[in-house]
Design a protein around this ligand. Sequence first.
Ligand code: ADP
Length: 193
Amino acid sequence: MNYRTILLVGAPGAGKGTQGKILGTVPDFYHCSCGEVFRNLTIDSELGRIFVKHSSKGKLVPDRYTIQLWRENIEAQTQLGRFHPERDTLVLDGIPRNRHQAEMLHDALNVVGVFNLVCSDTEKLVERLQRRALRDNRLDDARLEVIRKRLAIYEKETRPVLDYYGPELVHTIDSTQTPINVLRDMLRVISRI
Ligand code: ADP
């Protein structure tokens, strides 16, 4: 299977989840958040424990577990009739998160656009994450040192994903704006692709 895909790339707190959820409500779009797939695991499963071990320190889960879980999940969503690969555009949020994952997904994804959600104000990102920690009960957002670690990993590992796909596919969006204006900017692009 080769899925027609839009990628959402951005630092933690940039708004990938917010925009992904909205796009996922539009007919013929299907939103998949890799972080959500991990958070839906139970803590008594082996992978659930691996996830908590890494995410609580702000680290990425090793690639082979991540890609395998993602594949299993997307196949299950297809079987359940929630995702229709022949009709839907997949909106991927939080994966691929490094170059190696992008390579591993090369055959599975037909990437038609990449949104680079840029929030140049780091303090704003930190503030958004700390607010989310309480609201969504996210332990990985609660500690400042873990947040800083995730922001550093984003810069080092995830940002190069943009170079992997190249400037023809990447659309940079100012995500310091309000959600409605970020959405407007994204829809302008999506209506063209
Ligand atoms: P955020 O976008 O705020 O960083 P996510 O919900 O996307 O939050 O991810 C939460 C955590 O889940 C990450 O810090 C990481 O530990 C794990 N994770 C999610 N996606 C991936 C991925 N593609 N590869 C490795 N780990 C991942």
